[in-house]
Design a protein around this ligand. Structure first.
Ligand code: AMP
Length: 123
């Protein structure tokens, strides 16, 4: 899938839409999800135009990949969730219900998060 620069996270990166910022550096921006599904629900996005983890892994420079994952770790540390625990999730494509076509990881924490995933069957 080609990157669509009109997606909502691209607009946040360009400053066209507001966000509740948690962290920002050269490689990544982290902000609170507008519709939180846990007491802590933060999104971390790379600054470059990547649709998914496959796109990112295939096309981003090693510094971008490293910078992004270091930012994810930094955000978990800053939020103070490392000891009690947290969950990181990245949706890609229709089977995963990816809504925003700019790579993002969700960081959930702040309460017991329950099972990893409800069981799904092939179909
Ligand atoms: P996904 O299904 O993984 O693509 O998730 C997209 C997430 O982006 C959802 O959890 C939305 O609540 C969140 N979201 C959409 N628009 C915004 C926004 N303007 N600011 C913060 N979060 C947003």
């Amino acid at each position: 899938m080609a990157y669509d620069p009109s997606n909502v996270f691209a607009r946040i990166l360009r400053g066209e839409l507001p966000c509740k910022k948690v962290y920002e550096d050269e490689w990544a921006l982290a902000f609170h999800d507008i519709n939180p599904l846990a007491p802590v629900h933060v999104l971390v996005i790379p600054k470059g135009p990547y649709v998914s983890m496959v796109d990112f892994g295939a096309n981003a420079a090693p510094e971008e990949v490293g910078g992004f994952f270091k930012a994810v770790a930094k955000v978990a540390e800053m939020l103070g969730v490392n000891e009690r625990g947290y969950r990181i999730l990245a949706n890609a494509g229709p089977d995963a219900n990816q809504e925003v076509p700019h790579l993002h990881v969700h960081l959930f924490a702040g309460a017991p998060l329950g099972p990893m995933l409800r069981r799904v069957s092939a179909g």
